[in-house]
Ligand binder design. Structure first.
Ligand SMILES: Cc1cc2nc3c(=O)[nH]c(=O)nc-3n(C[C@H](O)[C@H](O)[C@H](O)COP(=O)(O)OP(=O)(O)OC[C@H]3O[C@@H](n4cnc5c(N)ncnc54)[C@H](O)[C@@H]3O)c2cc1C
Length: 384
């Protein structure tokens, strides 16, 4: 193994929403940043794409929301909750110059963030795997061991190591980040893309033991998903997954189910078997975790990307302002535990519809608080 003599202010492992956004913000603030990913290219990944207001507000602030719309991302101006046959429709307020929210495909959003990181001055190394950490005499993380595309290991030094390497984070393992809260495996999900569905905004549909939804995304397509308890998955989607998905939508909206059936089979249906949730410690001596690496929850509340971008904003703000890693962790945890708890309850799919409405009201209050955090002048100073 050879040692690189360069020292970075930050080495960030994982170049998707959490890592690329953190790299962009730290580099914009003048930090010397290395952004690393084991993938050869940053393309598509598991996601149903829905962004909540804080994420869109951040993308708008970073000058990326408009570019995403120019690249063909649908704008949604309405969100409808279907509680069985009852519908509650809520018009969405504009976000800056954008008339509503957006749900960009990950092959568009993630590389755009990587490009923005490069434009801000970050160095990017793909096909490069994080293998472990190096530590100083004081036990503080002092650098990383990386493996290049030819399989050669080398070390590089940094003042801050950022783990943005997803749910099964190797960085979290290497720094022994304690798990502060763990939740059981949530729902299993299937989704695919359908053309020729009118854009009526986000549609979130709930019926006993079932959550489904429609999310307008890129190229005139809707991402259509269904989630159910893992034990029901094979019965519902095992033999003919396409018909299973249409039948699941029909449970709350037979008209939309008909549109899906006549739109024809989605090109490919994607499956996610569900996974346990966690909140790990957000930072320690010389390291921090952002995105799923620090905080993963069931996709039931579609908030993972929003949290990843909020983490990037909070961590970079805390580092660049000198407020420190504790300030980052405090901000991340302010709503994180309650959000995880609510998501776990919703993802368990064993609520009554009345209880579910209360959960949604509380989630909405938290999302409003997150949006308010972004427009608070004191926060703006910290996270400038
Ligand atoms: C089925 C499903 C649907 C979802 N739908 C939504 C939704 O509608 N809205 C929403 O907000 N969220 C959604 N999410 C959650 C969202 O996808 C995640 O929260 C988000 O991808 C987290 O981003 P991240 O950057 O933290 O990590 P990831 O996207 O997991 O990226 C981690 C990166 O780290 C790299 N990496 C891993 N290990 C190493 C290593 N050892 N060395 C170098 N690189 C490494 C990987 O290659 C990867 O590129 C969904 C999740 C699932 C599973």
């Amino acid at each position: 193994m050879y040692a690189s003599h360069e020292t970075y202010d930050a080495i960030i492992i994982g170049a998707r929403v959490a890592g690329a956004a953190t790299a962009m913000l730290l580099a914009k603030g003048g930090a010397r940043v290395l952004l690393v990913d084991s993938a050869a290219r940053i393309g598509d990944t598991l996601s149903t794409h829905a962004l909540m207001r804080p994420a869109v507000a951040l993308l708008e602030r970073w000058g990326l929301a408009e570019k995403l719309v120019e690249a063909g991302t649908a704008v949604v101006t309405n969100t409808t909750f279907h509680y069985d046959r009852e519908r509650i429709s809520i018009p969405l307020k504009p976000v800056g110059s954008l008339p509503g929210l957006i749900s960009p495909r990950r092959w568009l959003l993630d590389p755009m963030l990587v490009d923005a990181a490069v434009a801000a001055g970050a160095e990017v190394r793909l096909s490069t795997r994080f293998e472990g950490v190096t530590t100083g005499a004081d036990g503080q993380v002092s650098g990383v061991v990386l493996c290049d595309p030819n399989g050669h290991a080398y070390s590089a030094r940094c003042r801050l190591l950022v783990g943005a390497d997803g749910r099964v984070s190797r960085v979290a393992g290497a720094v022994k980040a304690p798990v502060l809260k763990a939740t059981p495996r949530g729902a299993a999900t299937i989704y695919g893309y359908f053309a020729d569905i009118p854009n009526e905004g986000y549609r979130w549909m709930f019926s006993p033991s079932l959550q489904t939804g429609l999310i307008p995304t890129n190229d005139g397509l809707h991402c259509v998903f269904a989630s159910c308890p893992p034990a029901d998955f094979r019965v519902r989607f095992g033999d003919d997954a396409g018909s299973g998905l249409v039948a699941a939508i029909a449970a709350t909206d037979p008209d939309v189910a008909e549109q899906l059936a006549s739109a024809g089979a989605a090109q490919r249906l994607i499956r996610f078997g569900g996974a346990p949730g966690h909140i790990r410690a957000g930072a320690g001596a010389g390291w921090a975790l952002v995105g799923d690496a620090g905080y993963f929850k069931d996709p039931a509340t579609a908030h993972g990307i929003s949290d990843a971008l909020l983490d990037a904003h909070r961590l970079s703000g805390a580092v660049l302002s000198g407020a420190g890693l504790r300030a980052y962790v405090r901000q991340r945890n302010a709503h994180g535990f309650e959000f995880l708890q609510l998501t776990t309850k919703i993802g368990a799919l064993d609520w009554s519809l009345e209880t579910l409405k209360l959960h949604h009201q509380r989630l909405s209050a938290i999302i409003n608080a997150e949006s308010a955090e972004l427009s608070d002048p004191a926060e703006l100073r910290v996270a400038a």
